[in-house]
Design a protein around this ligand. Sequence first.
Ligand code: HEM
Length: 409
Amino acid sequence: MYSEHSSIVIHEISKLQSPEQLWSPYDWYHDMIVNNPIYYDEKQNVWNVFRYDDVNRVLSDFKLFSSIRKRSVSPIPPVITRVDINSTDPPIQRDIRKLVSSAFTPRSLKEWEPRIRGIAKELIDNMKQMNKPDMISDLAVPFPVTVISDLLGTPRQDLHYIKNWSDILFFPNSEVDVTDQAKRKYRAMSEFNEYLLPIVKEKRQNPEQDIISDLTLAAYEGTQLTDEEVVTFSLGLLAAGNETTTNLLGNMFYTFAYEQKGIYQEILSNRSLISNAIEETLRYRFPITLDRVLTMDSDVLGVPMKKGDVIVIWLGAANNDAEQFPEPNKFDIHRENSNKHLSFGKGPHFCLGAPLARLEAQIALECFIEAFADIVPTETFNPALHLHKGTQNLLTLPVELKIVDKSII
Ligand code: HEM
């Protein structure tokens, strides 16, 4: 049963309380990596792993560390159809994934590229007219939700509903209002389902060139997906890539404007650095925790663990493990192994949308570079004071933008 008892409150584990600590959890990560790499938290009744190699191991070994679990750091209400990709293991998870994996390969995405570029260009062109542009509300939020809803085929005028439901569903538990949050998530899930059902029915009658239409034609275990199953799957896809891609874009532009001022100019003069800047952002500042459950007693991580024990996996810490990434606190777009970060996970559940997220970030930055010669900080902005409650995610990012002067090109 989904209830507050199924929740794991990660801030109760980390004890990161102040906004400054949440924004900069690196000292705590390093302390845990060195002094407490496999840590049992009694109150939350979970193990925690921090080191790169341990995180890699847990995510890769689905036979020992299963996704079939009742407790989670960010529980969404349980999926009651056959197509629950998140809480299953291979081979079932692999078969479910196959239903849409072809839509997210870099090759398929090539076909969508002009449309994705068009969306980015329109948002960025609008920013040229603005006195006080905000990288979060003017680009990092609307861009991914517009792209994914276009890919799925939901109407443009409904983006704000989709964004709102996605945020509620994926919001991590906070220590204060777990019960309220569970209710909010249930409500969002049911509204999102009700919203999608007529769209799915309509597309089954009149298929178009989009992923929902493709799903209505797809077969699973020898039968066609039902409308409810197409809804489940579509909802997961619409919700999964919003907040994460928003954070990727927000964190990247924050670093350019406020932390490492020379980097934007360096990328302007050498655009081949764009993809490494994206990978390094995913490594350097990306707050994700996942969870798994042990399928049998084991001491593979060096301590005795019991069947049924829950493990919280700190991807942000693993990405800052000095054993894997020397000088981890340095944002370095010349780092050779930035793309070894684990922000997209690892193993069978490796992010299905990773090629899309990477393409979106690449296109956003390319279009941004075409439009703006510089991105500079506003005087008084303190990121720690503008975080989504209890998270490391920016709610706002005001900047000043210098428009490219085409007359001197
Ligand atoms: C920067 C952006 C993104 C990040 C950091 C990210 C991160 C992740 C991570 C860590 C997982 C693994 C979950 C686990 O192992 O339990 C995952 C899975 C997934 N992601 Fe993403 N994601 C991003 C963007 C997207 C986008 C744009 C989509 C759009 C379709 C998407 C769809 C999915 C799906 C469907 C899964 C489940 C895959 C499976 O269980 O087989 N993600 N993502």
